[in-house]
Each structure stands twice: as C-alpha cells, then as structure tokens.
Design a protein around this ligand. Structure first.
Ligand SMILES: [Zn+2]
Ligand SMILES: [Zn+2]
Length: 238
C-alpha cells in the first residue's frame, strides 16, 4: 500500500541518501501518488544539507510531472530547550517542517528532558510534526506531549521505517498511536525513504494502525484534501 502524499523523503542532499528529487518524483508517479515532501536532514547532521538548500527550494516549482512538491526539512532538535538547526528565516520559506531527535545532534538524557524538548519544539510556530518519536533512545511522557501537540495543532509522525530500523519502536509506536486515537490527534505516515524506490510504501505502519483500529480520517496523508486542509489550517506568523 502507498500513501497519497509522501511526507518524509531524503534526497542526495542529506549526504547518506541516494536519489534525486526527479527520481523521487518518478517513483511517486509510478506508485500513483499525488505529492512528495522533500525533507532532507538539517545542516547539523553530518553530511546534512547546507542552509541554502532550504532557502532555495522554490527553484523546483510547485509541481513536477503532476506530483506536487512540498518544500520541507527534517530539522534536528539540538537540545531540550527545543532549538532547531534551521533558523526562523529559513523555516518560514518551507511548507513542511519535521523536527526529530538524532543521536549525532542531541545526546539522549532523561524522560523529563526529552519531554521538555518536545514541548518546546511544539511551541515553535513553524514546526508541523514530530518525527519518528517512537525511538527507544528518546522515551518521553507520551500523553503529555500528545496533548500539547493537540493544543497547538501539531502532528505526530508514524514512521514506517521505525518498525524495522529503530530499536524499541515496534513496541512504542502502538502506544503513541493509541494515545493519538484516544485524544483525536492527527498523524502522518511517512516512510523516511533514503532511496526513491521506497517512497510511499507504508504497509508496516498501516498494519500496526489497522491493528489498533486507528481512524482513517486521522491519517492526513492518505487523502490529498485532508493533507492540504491541515496545511491551510496552520496559524503561522505573518
Ligand atoms: Zn537519514
Ligand atoms: Zn530522522
């Protein structure tokens, strides 16, 4: 099964990914999808994209070969004050901002610290979604953060790759998803693809979500209108 909009895709600009935007577009088209978010790693990730990569994404235009291009980033959360490696002047040019903890940028500490970090990130008006938060290294107070996300119209990512690539995520992702269901917090299912052929394939995550009876209407990127309705509902600073 494929998503309609891929919300998490890394190109060669990430340094450890292996496809271009055009290759991503070709596969999104082949898989019958409608949109592709370009979410390369921020500059503090070793090999990550330079800030100018994020400032110049308008160069790609709005749509290529019938696939909508969503200008994005996977920003690194740098500390528990919620600082990101992308300054506001660059964030404001983007359509879609994922914020994630990565071991190279922010050393794990305590549950309280991870929770405080996420809550501070949620308060950043440009952040849309917390990336792969089921990670074992950054356990947090799930309910507290999910309720804060709800309050600020933010999303939680269910990362298809986590089911295989991140220790502990297989156990933690259903806990997170159940809390999103309980509190009516919308999610996106992203692949975190580092190669174009992997775009849109969300079988593992969908199996988990279906297994807990997760409501389809809360999965924003299974429907183009639903996804864009969310983007239009955000209150970003002028
Ligand atoms: Zn990566
Ligand atoms: Zn990541």
């Amino acid at each position: 099964m494929y998503s309609v909009i891929e919300t998490h895709f890394h190109t060669v600009a990430s340094g450890h990914a292996y496809s271009t935007v055009l290759e991503g577009v070709a596969y999104a088209k082949k898989y019958g999808m409608k949109g592709l978010a370009i979410t390369d790693h921020g500059p503090e990730m070793p090999g990550g994209a330079h800030l100018w990569h994020f400032g110049n994404q308008g160069a790609m235009g709005e749509e290529v070969e019938g696939i909508k291009i969503i200008k994005g980033v996977e920003a690194n959360i740098m500390n528990f004050d919620g600082d990101l490696d992308i300054p506001e002047e660059f964030l404001r040019k983007l359509d879609w901002v994922i914020a994630s903890y990565h071991i190279t940028c922010c050393q794990p500490k305590t549950v309280e610290d991870h929770t405080r970090g996420y809550i501070n990130v949620i308060h950043n008006p440009y952040v849309d979604v917390l990336g792969h938060s089921g990670n074992d290294d950054y356990v947090y107070n799930y309910e507290q953060v999910i309720l804060e996300a709800k309050k600020h119209n933010k999303l939680i990512e269910i990362n298809n790759h986590s089911s295989i690539g991140r220790p502990g995520s297989k156990e933690r992702c259903p806990i997170i998803a159940k809390l999103c269901k309980k509190h009516g917090v919308p999610v996106v299912v992203g692949t975190d693809a580092h190669f174009a052929t992997k775009i849109g394939k969300i079988d593992l995550a969908m199996e988990m979500l279906n297994g807990i009876g997760f409501p389809e209407e809360l999965i924003l990127n299974l429907d183009e209108n639903r996804f864009y309705q969310y983007l239009n509902s955000r209150k970003r600073p002028e």
